[in-house]
Design a protein around this ligand. Structure first.
Ligand code: SAM
Length: 233
């Protein structure tokens, strides 16, 4: 799976790259190392905190901006990238329209996104439940974070682009009972639960988090299936 993605990216001349919903810049680094070449990278995120934390990382020019309303000219990027962020975009249709608008004709869109349906193992389902629970806590605190999409929903988001590559993947080298990973799940659940308590939140939501923690310790945890999509405008 990983080799297929590496081969697909090696065919791309990146030119001027835009990474949307950039976070800590993980995807800039990942793509930059694998594409044939690139000239420059602009990184966009809606979070001021994230922009301040990661400004300039991986040589990118960071810009605080909402993906649904970007202040870039039409057709101003050769490549647009977006990883694990689509389910964070409150105005998804507008964001997809903007991605298309700022991309040059003949340019590439590179997207990766986890999906919640399909043939997931118990350990993968635990990861989905964990992630969906954190999304529910985020929503409770007023932050937009929906559950991950179904596979077909992600594919249909790319309908404006002609499909170049569509690769299903997951990290298959994970030790599903890795202690530090399970400890990380426990401490995240603990931190999120105390946030719920501080907000006078529901006991039911706290109990759901505890159930996820127990189930993960019992049947393991593994990154769910995701789609790696390359489209062309
Ligand atoms: C799960 S993180 C993904 C970060 C990174 N791309 C990765 O793969 O690790 C989602 C990111 O999208 C950002 N985000 C959410 N809504 C956004 C919007 N409307 N416009 C730009 N960024 C947004 C969040 O602030 C967050 O940094």
């Amino acid at each position: 799976m990983e080799e297929e993605i590496t081969e697909a990216l090696a065919r791309i001349y990146g030119g001027r790259v835009l990474d949307i919903g950039t976070g800590d810049g993980y995807f800039i680094d990942y793509v930059q190392r694998r594409i044939r070449s690139h000239d420059s990278v602009v990184a966009v995120d809606i979070s001021k905190r994230i922009m301040e934390l990661y400004k300039g990382r991986y040589g990118a020019k960071h810009v605080l901006m909402d993906s649904s309303e970007m202040a870039f000219a039409d057709e101003s990027f050769d490549t647009v990238t977006c990883s694990f962020s689509l389910h964070h975009f409150e105005r998804l249709e507008d964001s997809l329209r903007e991605m298309y608008r700022v991309l040059k004709t003949g340019g590439h869109l590179i997207v990766e996104e986890m999906y919640c349906d399909g043939n997931q193992t118990e350990a993968q389902q635990n990861h989905i439940d964990w992630h969906h629970w954190m999304a529910a806590v985020n929503r409770f605190s007023g932050l937009y974070h929906r559950e991950t999409y179904k596979r077909d929903e992600i594919v249909s988001m790319m309908r404006q682009f002609s499909c170049v590559d569509q690769i299903d993947f997951y990290l298959d080298d994970t030790d599903i009972f890795d202690k530090s990973m399970l400890d990380d799940v426990s401490s995240t659940i603990e931190a999120y639960s105390s946030k719920i308590t501080q907000m006078d939140g529901s006991e039911e939501l706290i109990a759901r988090g505890e159930a996820v923690r127990k189930e993960s310790a019992f049947t393991g945890l593994c990154f769910p299936w995701a789609l790696f999509l390359i489209g062309k405008k």
